[in-house]
Design a protein around this ligand. Structure first.
Ligand SMILES: Cc1cc2nc3c(=O)[nH]c(=O)nc-3n(C[C@H](O)[C@H](O)[C@H](O)COP(=O)(O)OP(=O)(O)OC[C@H]3O[C@@H](n4cnc5c(N)ncnc54)[C@H](O)[C@@H]3O)c2cc1C
Length: 337
């Protein structure tokens, strides 16, 4: 069950060719427990892996990679208004979205086509087009990697924030998220004012909204804007949109009147990191076989054969240049190993 020296190239969407010293896949909770009790697990560092779409490997992983392959989707409660659906952490996120859409349930359509697994969806509170997972999240089951016991986390336990949760902070590295329960609406409640969704629906000639048409619009926008990892290695947005004080925002805005920003709580503004990176001249920059995507300054790309270290070093250069030009500190969204 536990293999040695396994290439991770096909397990990360950047397509970085590194190896894991040990590698194991778990289809259910019992298999997770037997892996975490093994000597390979107990005497090495570990990494829980989902779809590898939010990871940059900068070197071989000198420990054990445990890939979550727990499957299954089941309805645990249904009322006239909502349904609670539990999905295995290894279910592909977009397949879960399509399942909900086929059932006519509302809540995850704006999150269509985000790569990765159900188990990773609460990690960074995935979000797109004005919706975050926390809005449909009900509860999760997580296996404590030390004891093998299942702990339950409700919405407030997860301390969701912008691309944040307890699993990236105080509980980092402690759990494998084995199953997630979402609360979906049975009555229409669309969020289409964000981004280009309305325009796209119009272009598609949609007269009457449905959960399927909103999902189709989101898919079309994403396909036109983001590089497909099957064609060009990438991890989506490499950096978070920085949240800055109103006074720093005012300062940057006075120098750069076109600055793209949105209010974010009291006295803070969220700046569009892509705009800052573009203004600093990075968009489309190519260094050999890697660089910054030509249409999306937030996306770093591996055209094939780049190392994770090269991409990491490029991200470091971008961080420094944004700090120098705008006085704004960018933060990486992608997990570095
Ligand atoms: C083209 C593209 C577009 C993207 N667009 C978006 C977007 O719109 N919005 C967005 O939020 N994200 C986006 N992402 C990022 C990515 O899809 C999400 O972060 C996704 O949730 C990662 O899932 P994964 O299973 O691939 O996680 P992985 O990359 O495998 O893991 C990410 C982190 O979570 C941990 N982890 C994974 N699974 C578990 C588990 N079961 N238990 C405990 N820890 C775990 C890993 O150790 C790692 O630290 C995009 C990525 C790509 C490539």
């Amino acid at each position: 069950m536990i293999k040695s020296d396994v290439s991770l190239k096909q397990f990360n969407t950047f397509g970085i060719d590194v190896a894991a010293h040990f590698f194991a896949e778990a289809q259910n909770e019992d298999q997770v427990r037997s892996i975490i009790e093994s000597k390979e697990f107990l005497s090495n560092s570990n990494l829980i892996l989902g779809g590898g779409s939010n990871i940059l490997f900068t070197k071989d992983f000198d420990g054990i990679v445990l890939r979550n392959a727990i499957n299954g989707i089941e309805v645990v409660k249904e009322t006239n208004d909502y349904v609670l659906v539990k999905a295995g952490g290894g279910v592909v996120w977009h397949e879960f979205v399509l399942y909900c859409i086929n059932q006519g349930w509302y809540g995850v359509e704006n999150l269509s086509l985000i790569p990765g697994s159900v188990g990773a969806s609460p990690m960074q509170n995935i979000g797109a087009y004005g919706v975050e997972i926390k809005e449909v999240f009900h509860e999760l089951e997580a296996i404590n990697l030390k004891t093998g016991e299942i702990d339950y986390f409700d919405n407030s336990d997860c301390e969701f924030g912008y691309r944040e949760s307890v699993f990236k902070n105080k509980h980092k590295g402690e759990y494998l998220i084995s199953r997630v329960t979402y609360k979906l609406k049975k009555k229409a409640d669309f969020k289409i004012s964000y981004g280009a969704i309305e325009k796209q629906l119009e272009a598609m000639g949609i007269q009457e909204l449905s959960v399927k048409s909103v999902s189709d619009a989101v898919i079309a926008i994403r396909q036109s804007k983001l590089p497909d990892p099957k064609e060009i290695g990438n991890s989506g947005s490499f950096f978070k949109n920085p949240i800055v004080t109103k006074s720093l925002f005012d300062k940057v805005k006075s120098e750069y009147p076109d600055l793209v920003a949105y209010p974010s709580g009291e006295n803070e503004m969220k700046l569009a990191a892509g705009w800052l990176i573009d203004q600093a001249g990075w968009k489309g920059k190519t260094i050999g076989n890697y660089g910054v995507h030509k249409n999306q300054a937030l996306v770093l790309v591996n055209y094939g054969g780049a190392t994770g270290k090269q991409i990491y070093d490029l991200s470091e250069e971008i961080l420094i240049s944004i700090k120098e030009k705008f006085g704004v500190q960018l933060e990486r969204e992608v997990n570095i190993y």
